[in-house]
Write a protein of this length. Structure first.
Length: 425
């Protein structure tokens, strides 16, 4: 009898502990177990695929990140296309609408189960504005009888603006949106095949994210409507987890069709996200570092301040979930110097830490991206099936922004800041 009561009490304790450990938003702050939640994370979008291609490497990468106190991983839980889809991670989860690769589902299960063992949290990204995982453009193509996608560079004669406008057609295409909703429902309702925990009850998952860097482009009205409707759809399926957009923020190009404040107005969006790319946006030239670096830091600081002020106005937590910079002199060689990268990481981390002490809404930061022990087949190559998966997505030259397991100085900066930042809990 006593043993039976003991078991019941233990089960009740476990239930209550689990119920209290979902990350919530209270008074504009991320809260975990009743305390403000701050974290240092990384982008580890390829974790699901790595769990299929090399489980042992995945375990080593998770251990490395855990040792660095990097406790939040932004991961991908959706990819679309066939083996012939160019510049896209392969294999894809959906080769056509509703036709899934079961091994990748098991890979996602394995990734989440191993993260749980290390008390990590996941931001689960469900789609992508950009073509490196299929994304919006692939859904639009499917909905239009596999019409040709106008891919951006490195495609021959590729044009970014043409691609962006094509991808933004997604928000107005009922068929494409319905197929994506079907995918959302399938992800959220999945039960992990390894630990048997339903995803919607898994405290490892911090948030569902609508997509990677969605933007309105030339379809802004339907874009904002899609944000609100899709976030509401997720909340109806799962009331336990947070929802975020995956927004890049107020990028320097107005033609991108983003407005950080208006995009985050929806009551179904729990916290704000923004990204920072001093090199991609032309603020910093690694071949002219002395001439451009100081000005880039000033612009980066102002950019962060601008977004934090808007989050304060909205009274929603905010996370800088992407930032990165190349190796010195834009080298793609894994053995080259990262002196400026280390300085830049320290600047961004210090900026976020100082803001966190003064502004309750400032919650976390994820660097882009963890490459670990992976290496390009040759520096500056384009990824192909069979190559190592690293932080740089398949459409980008491999080795650009990845942080490797041998980048000891960068890891030291990350670990020191993570220790300092986690102490804010």
């Amino acid at each position: 009898m006593k043993k039976g009561i003991y078991v019941l009490v233990l089960l009740l304790f476990q239930f209550l502990a689990n119920a209290q450990s979902f990350i919530k938003v209270e008074n504009g702050r991320l809260i975990k177990d009743g305390n403000p939640y701050h974290y240092v994370g990384t982008n580890f979008w390829y974790g699901m695929n790595l769990a299929v291609s090399d489980k042992e490497r995945l375990l080593r990468e998770l251990d490395r990140l855990n040792n660095l106190r990097v406790k939040n991983l932004r991961i991908l839980a959706g990819s679309e296309g066939s083996l012939e889809t160019p510049w896209s991670v392969q294999p894809a989860m959906q080769k056509e609408p509703g036709t899934y690769n079961e091994e990748l589902w098991k890979g996602l299960d394995f990734l989440l189960a191993e993260m749980k063992k290390r008390e990590m949290t996941a931001v689960v990204c469900l789609n992508n504005f950009w073509p490196w995982s299929g994304g919006f453009a692939q859904y639009v193509s499917w909905a239009n009888k596999n019409e040709t996608i106008p891919y951006p560079p490195p495609a021959e004669n590729g044009d970014w603006r043409t691609y962006q406008q094509y991808s933004a057609r997604f928000y107005s295409n009922k068929t494409a949106k319905k197929w994506f909703e079907n995918h959302i429902e399938k992800v959220i309702n999945r039960v992990n095949s390894i630990n048997k925990i339903p995803y919607k009850k898994d405290t490892t998952i911090m948030a569902w994210q609508l997509a990677n860097e969605p933007e309105g482009s030339n379809n802004v009205e339907d874009y904002r409507k899609w944000i609100d409707e899709t976030a509401q759809f997720i909340k109806k399926l799962d009331s336990n987890h947070l929802v975020s957009i995956g927004s890049e923020g107020n990028t320097p190009s107005p033609a991108n069709g983003t407005n950080f404040e208006m995009d985050h107005q929806s009551k179904y969006i729990d916290y704000c996200t923004f990204h920072l790319w001093v090199q991609n946006w032309g603020w910093y030239d690694p071949l002219k570092a002395k001439e451009t670096y100081s000005a880039a830091l000033e612009k980066a600081g102002n950019y962060i301040d601008e977004h934090v002020k808007i989050a304060q106005k909205l009274n929603k937590p905010i996370v800088l979930e992407e930032f990165g910079i190349s190796r010195d002199e834009n080298s793609y060689d894994a053995g080259s110097s990262v002196k400026i990268r280390d300085e830049y990481y320290a600047f961004i981390f210090d900026k976020i830490y100082n803001l966190s002490q003064k502004v309750p809404q400032v919650a976390g930061v994820n660097f882009w991206a963890w490459g670990g022990e992976g290496r390009p087949k040759t520096p500056m190559s384009i990824w192909e099936l069979g190559d190592d998966l690293i932080g740089d997505p398949p459409h980008e030259y491999q080795g650009w922004y990845s942080v490797y397991d041998t980048d000891r100085s960068t890891q030291k900066v990350i670990k020191e800041f993570a220790f300092q930042y986690n102490s804010l809990q």
